[in-house]
Design a protein around this ligand. Structure first.
Ligand code: SF4
Ligand code: FES
Length: 378
C-alpha cells in the first residue's frame, strides 16, 4: 500500500564538483562537471526559494568544495531569509581568513568538516594535498570561534580504520559536537577504488567495538554517529531514508536526483531545474516515482517485515552489484546474491595482499579528477 506523498524535508545541493582535494573515496560521479556547467547564482537562489516553498527545512551545501563558489554567502543569506537550516559540508582547505565568519554572519547554521586521517600524513595521502591537515584544523578552530556548531566527518576505509580511536580524540580536542565515523559507501570514485579501500573483517569488528565504547563514554559530551559498512552488514541501510521519500539532491548543473548515485541507473531519466519546477519534479518525475514506497518491490522485499524500515536498501547498490535497480540490496542477508558481498571483500583482500607482496611503491588509488573514468562491473 503506498503512503501519501509528503513534501521533502532535506536537500543536498552539490554546488560544484570542483575541489582542491582528490580523495579516492569520493562519492561524486566519475564524470565530474566543469565550472562552466554549474548553475549561476540566480538559478540557485530561485531553486532554494522553490525548495522552501515545497517545504524543505534543511539544505546541505556540498560539492566538491562549496566554498569555491564565491556567491556562497549570498546563497546562505537567501536560505536563511526563508528560515531554512543551512549546513556547510566542507573539506576545509583553501578557505580565506574571515570567510567562515562572513558565512556565519550571512546566517549559516552548522559546519561539517571532513578529515581524511587523524594523522597529518594520512590526511595528506588520501586527499592528495600537502599541508591539508593543518589547514583543516585551522578551519575547525575558526568554526568554533565564529560560534558555529561543528561536526567532524571521518570517512573510514582500509587506510585509516586503525586511526578511529585517534579520530575520536581529535574531534573532542576540536570541540566538535558530533563525529561521524562513516564507513565508505562504494559509489562514484569509491566504487572505482573499492579493492584499494575495502577494510578486512577483523579491523571492522575492532572498529565497531571502539565506537560502541566511545559512544557510551562520551554520552552527553559528543555524539558519535556510526555509518555501518554495507559489505559486512546483515541488513541494508534505508538509503536516503527511502527513495524520494523525504530528501533529494541537486547536481551542479541543476539536475534533480533522488540520491547522489542515481545517475548510474541508466534506465531512468532525470530532469533539470529550470526545465520543470522543483514541485513538479518532486511530485511527477517518473524517475522519482520509480522506487517510491513499496509497490515496486520484488521478493523477498515485497513480503518482508522490514520493508518500511529500510525500504529495500540502496537502489544504486542493487544496480551496481545485482545489475537490477529493483533488486533487494545485496547487503541484505535475504538477497539471493548476498554472498557476492563477501566475495567482493575477498577479492579486495587478495588484491591488497598482492600489492603488499609486490612491495608496490605507487599508490593503489585512482585519485579523483575531472576526467572520465569508467566504473567497474561487479
Ligand atoms: Fe530490507 Fe528487503 Fe532485506 Fe527485507 S528483504 S530486510 S525489506 S532489503
Ligand atoms: Fe542511490 Fe542509495 S545511493 S539509493
Amino acid at each position: 500500500m503506498s503512503e501519501p506523498l509528503l513534501p521533502p524535508i532535506g536537500m543536498l545541493a552539490e554546488l560544484t564538483h570542483r575541489c582542491p582535494l582528490q580523495c579516492p573515496y569520493c562519492s561524486n560521479p566519475t564524470e565530474l562537471l566543469k565550472a562552466n556547467r554549474e548553475l549561476d547564482t540566480q538559478s540557485w537562489l530561485d531553486l532554494f526559494d522553490q525548495a522552501a516553498d515545497l517545504g524543505v527545512l534543511q539544505v546541505h551545501l556540498s560539492g566538491g568544495e562549496p566554498t569555491l563558489r564565491r556567491d556562497l554567502e549570498q546563497m546562505v543569506a537567501g536560505l536563511s531569509a526563508r528560515g531554512v537550516y543551512t549546513n556547510l559540508i566542507t573539506a576545509g582547505v583553501g578557505i580565506a581568513e574571515g570567510r567562515i565568519r562572513a558565512l556565519a554572519e550571512a546566517g549559516l547554521d552548522h559546519v561539517q568538516l571532513s578529515i581524511q586521517g587523524a594523522r597529518a600524513a594520512t590526511t595528506e595521502r588520501i586527499g592528495h594535498y600537502r599541508g591539508g591537515h593543518e589547514k583543516k584544523l585551522e578551519t575547525a578552530r575558526r568554526v568554533r570561534v565564529a560560534g558555529l556548531p561543528l561536526t567532524i566527518n571521518a570517512p573510514i576505509h582500509r587506510h585509516n580504520i586503525e586511526e578511529v580511536p585517534e579520530f575520536i580524540e581529535l574531534a573532542l580536542s576540536l570541540g566538535a559536537e558530533r563525529l561521524e565515523i562513516a564507513n565508505v559507501q562504494y559509489s562514484g570514485w569509491a566504487l572505482v577504488n573499492r579493492d584499494a579501500l575495502m577494510p578486512d573483517r577483523a579491523s571492522v569488528e575492532r572498529q565497531i567495538e571502539v565506537v560502541a565504547q566511545a559512544q557510551e563514554r562520551l554520552r552527553g559530551i559528543m555524539n558519535i554517529d556510526f555509518v555501518t559498512p554495507d559489505y559486512f552488514a546483515t541488513y541494508p541501510k534505508p538509503c536516503m531514508g527511502g527513495w524520494a521519500r523525504d530528501a533529494f539532491m541537486v547536481a551542479p548543473d541543476g539536475t534533480v536526483l533522488p540520491c547522489h548515485a542515481a545517475h548510474t541507473i541508466r534506465t531512468l531519466t532525470f530532469e533539470r531545474f529550470g526545465e520543470r519546477s522543483l514541485a513538479d519534479i518532486w511530485t511527477n518525475s517518473p524517475a522519482f516515482n520509480a522506487f517510491r514506497g513499496t509497490d515496486w518491490m520484488q521478493e523477498p522485499c515485497r513480503s518482508c517485515e522490514r520493508r518500511e524500515i529500510d525500504w529495500g536498501g540502496c537502489r544504486c547498490q542493487a544496480m551496481a552489484i545485482a545489475g537490477d535497480p529493483a533488486a533487494t540490496d545485496p547487503a541484505c542477508i535475504k538477497s539471493p546474491i548476498h554472498a557476492r558481498m563477501g566475495m567482493l571483500v575477498a577479492d579486495a583482500m587478495a588484491a591488497a595482499k598482492a600489492e603488499t607482496a609486490g612491495n608496490a611503491t605507487a599508490e593503489p588509488f585512482v585519485y579523483r579528477r575531472i576526467t572520465t573514468v569508467s566504473e567497474p562491473a561487479s
